[in-house]
Ligand binder design. Structure first.
Ligand code: 5GP
Ligand code: MN
Length: 336
């Protein structure tokens, strides 16, 4: 393990650094990675962001986007960078399975590994950890790493601020989840002062739907939404054929589950989607309902209490059935 003083000493010299984040990066995964990237580049390090997979178009405007290497498109180069790195920052994940094949390369690399994360149950692959499940986002933790751990708030430039603002905004549900504390608002205010253009960022992320995506959303809500009133639960299950019909691309399905959760009295919403190789589940809940417990125990996944995900090798019908048969065990939590 490294302590903070040792890490600071390492960072005082130029290092070869890889930053990586989870499969199908979201706004926080990419925001925390690129925010850290812009900070470390400014400190004269040789830095490379590597994502395990591609990510939505509505994030591709972020400063530094053109510097990101996508592992699935550049496997050998990514593996070499990971192998040669002195330091690997792992942001917004804490289990190597979340970075797919890249996990093995990170595991065997002799680089020192720094985890900056806010998910439950971290694995022990790191040498230094900034981990806090109460944080609204990994981007908040990157801010704290720079401003508090390294005492270097003055180095937060407009690019760093823009990326971190994006991560905090997206992972806090636009500043609405309970983790959006007054401290988060203070950090956000700092980021605006340091150059994040809040109105522009909202527009770039949220007003960026294709016509297809919006029509697909309409289809999900009018044709696919199933309400289970006895369990205050809503389910949307989408097949491969549905995806093909609307030419769905990475990012198009993000956020649809929240519409199901927005119905009065619904406490649990499930969005299930038939990807080429497996079924991907997204669960969202209100209040104390542990969506992550269902994902962890039954769907090989995890996440936060109110936002979790998982997967299954079964068919879509089987997954829907399995999910519904779990509900009686949670009836009290869902209805009382
Ligand atoms: P989403 O439903 O947007 O894919 O994910 C919601 C939350 O659950 C995110 O915080 C994400 O990190 C977590 N999550 C999603 N899929 C998985 C998974 O397969 N494994 C684990 N451990 N967490 C997941
Ligand atoms: Mn996050």
């Amino acid at each position: 393990m490294l302590n903070l003083a040792e890490l600071k000493e390492i960072l005082a010299q130029p290092q070869k650094i890889v930053i990586t984040t989870h499969h199908k990066p979201d706004g926080d995964a990419l925001g925390s990675s690129l925010g850290l990237y812009h900070y470390l580049v400014q400190q004269q390090h040789d830095v490379q962001v590597i994502t395990p997979t591609d990510y939505p178009e509505f994030l591709q405007w972020m400063p530094g986007n053109d510097q990101v290497i996508i592992y699935t498109e550049h496997k050998e180069k990514s593996a070499a960078l990971v192998q040669q790195a002195d330091l690997i920052f792992c942001t917004d994940f804490n289990s190597l399975s979340r970075i797919n094949e890249l996990g093995e390369a990170v595991k065997v690399s002799s680089a020192k590994k720094i985890m900056i994360d806010h998910h439950l149950d971290p694995e022990n692959f790191d040498d230094f950890r900034l981990w806090n499940t109460l944080a609204c986002s990994a981007s908040q933790l990157v801010y704290e790493f720079i401003a508090e751990f390294l005492g270097d708030k003055n180095s937060i430039n407009a690019n760093v601020a823009t990326c971190l603002y994006t991560g905090i905004m997206t992972d806090s549900g636009s500043f609405r989840f309970p983790t959006t504390t007054s401290n988060v608002h203070r950090i956000t205010a700092d980021l605006i002062d340091l150059g994040a253009d809040n109105a522009a960022i909202h527009q770039l992320v949220y007003d960026h739907s294709s016509e297809n995506r919006l029509r697909f959303l309409g289809f999900c809500l009018s044709k696919k939404l199933e309400i289970l009133p006895g369990y205050n639960t809503a389910v949307i299950a989408i097949s491969k054929e549905d995806l093909a019909q609307f030419n769905i691309i990475t990012g198009d399905t993000e956020g649809i589950v929240n519409y199901a959760l927005s119905i009065t009295n619904i406490r649990l919403a499930a969005f299930m989607i038939e990807r080429t190789d497996k079924i991907k589940l997204s669960l969202r809940s209100k209040g104390t309902f542990p969506a992550n417990e269902i994902c962890k125990n039954y769907f090989n996944g995890g996440g936060h209490r109110n936002a979790a995900g998982g997967q299954s090798e079964s068919t879509l019908e089987q997954v829907v059935h399995q999910f519904k048969t779990l509900l009686p065990a949670y009836k009290n939590l869902l209805t009382q």
